[in-house]
Write a protein that binds this ligand. Structure first.
Ligand SMILES: [Zn+2]
Length: 220
């Protein structure tokens, strides 16, 4: 899950929590903070601690962007004071907490073992909260995350294949630009980072292409 940095609260006082959308989008891009899906409609401003369960409605620290699939699943489960039970992409190293090697994300057990029980539990809680590994087996389950993530994976895999052929040629810079644009439009930062896990040059381009990415967690 892409770790992000939102920066300080906007100078302009928020009159309604929905007003935070433009600032969050400007700083983080129009991607879901949880599943990383690009959002073509207006992203939903998400409260980490649910506003109907005592969470602060206007507090910048309590806000993220979400797709409707993650937001619906998260619902109002996290009540005031429960934030510490979860990892959060704008506070914690969520980059290493999950793996995107297959078509379904999973907990990075090897990494989490080193972080201790508490962090592992927080990672699992977040993972379950938004049901990051959900597969909609029937059309009645409205969840496009699985399909769109795999579309992005196919773009990333295709790009990697092309890049391996082109990187020593004169066209390399143009091809890098195409990779950057394709990654930005198909989203799923972590999927791209995994496909290019052995290519520091492309990874650096991806880290810079997705604005608001917390770089120190993604390097190395
Ligand atoms: Zn989402």
């Amino acid at each position: 899950m892409r770790p992000v940095t939102k920066g300080e609260a906007p100078d302009q006082e928020l009159k309604r929590y929905q007003d935070a959308e433009q600032y969050l989008e400007e700083r983080l891009g129009a991607y879901c903070s949880f599943c990383e899906m690009p959002i073509s409609h207006v992203p939903e401003v998400e409260h980490k601690e649910a506003k109907t369960k005592g969470g602060e409605e206007m507090s910048w620290g309590n806000l993220l962007l979400s797709c409707k699939y993650c937001n619906t699943r998260k619902g109002t489960i996290v009540k005031r004071g429960d934030k510490e039970k979860y990892l959060w992409p704008d506070e914690d190293d969520t980059f290493h907490a999950f793996l995107y090697e297959d078509d379904i994300p999973k907990l990075n057990e090897e990494y989490l073992l080193l972080q201790g029980k508490q962090v592992r539990q927080k990672a699992e809680n977040l993972f379950r909260l938004v049901k990051l590994d959900n597969i909609p087996f029937t059309p009645a389950v409205k969840d496009r995350r699985y399909a769109v993530r795999n579309e992005a994976r196919n773009y990333a895999l295709g790009s990697k294949q092309g890049w391996d052929k082109i990187k020593k040629s004169a066209e390399r810079e143009e091809y890098l630009q195409i990779i950057e644009m394709l990654a930005q439009s198909s989203g799923f930062f972590s999927v791209w980072m995994n496909v290019f896990k052995d290519d520091m040059e492309v990874r650096q381009i991806l880290i810079n292409a997705f604005k608001g990415t917390k770089k120190e967690y993604c390097n190395g």
